[in-house]
Design a protein around this ligand. Structure first.
Ligand SMILES: Nc1ncnc2c1ncn2[C@@H]1O[C@H](COP(=O)(O)OP(=O)(O)OP(=O)(O)O)[C@@H](O)[C@H]1O
Ligand SMILES: [Mg+2]
Length: 172
């Protein structure tokens, strides 16, 4: 079933928070949700222990070297599999992209976050071409205006890679 990963090469852009919010919203809508926490700091796993989660939402701490196998297995057991990825450009980001149907790249109103999202979107396009299958991707604006999460839920484009590239090169 669809696998959605939250990726940025930059730390602190809102990956874990966005993943938790979407997981809860989808679970409250009745879907069977599994979340893979692949960040060695295990923030999502800690969050899941704070208070009881809906019964149809489970969070798994997954070592990065087991990401691919775990994703394959958990996707079959869920309506949506969500993957929280560490904020860096190491191999786990690539592994997450390769197993995803949709890659969300959270981005605050910071130039560094935005450049990191461009890197992710480029990786997704490249891997999608390599695998010869569509991998959707989009930027989710975080720490901006209320309602930004609707972009994820509606899978609506926020801005194109081309526009973002143009914006950054002109110093926006
Ligand atoms: N949409 C948002 N609005 C306001 N604050 C947010 C939002 N998303 C995240 N934050 C805050 O930003 C901080 C970093 O968020 P988060 O831990 O989700 O980022 P991250 O990308 O997962 O970081 P890391 O790369 O370290 O894993 C947290 O304090 C969180 O509460
Ligand atoms: Mg995180």
């Amino acid at each position: 079933m669809p696998t959605i990963s939250f990726c940025s090469t930059k730390g602190g852009s809102g990956k874990t928070t966005s993943c938790a919010v979407l997981a809860l919203e989808l679970a409250r809508s009745g879907w069977n949700i599994k979340v893979m926490d692949t960040d060695p700091k295990n923030w999502l796993t800690s969050w899941a222990l704070l208070k009881p989660l809906p019964k149809n939402l489970q969070v798994y701490a997954v070592p990065q070297d087991q990401l691919t196998d775990a994703a394959e297995s958990l996707a079959l057991q869920s309506d949506f599999l969500l993957i929280d990825v560490e904020g860096s450009d190491d191999a786990s980001l690539i592994d997450a992209v390769l197993v995803s149907d949709f890659v969300v790249s959270p981005c605050s109103s910071s130039r560094m976050d935005a450049l990191a999202s461009v890197q992710v979107l480029k990786q997704v396009r490249q891997k999608s071409r390599m695998l010869k299958r569509p991998i959707l991707s989009n930027v989710l604006m975080t720490k901006t205006a209320p309602g930004a999460i609707e972009v994820v839920l509606g899978f609506r484009p926020v801005c194109s890679l081309v526009k973002m590239d143009q914006g950054f090169s002109s110093g926006c």
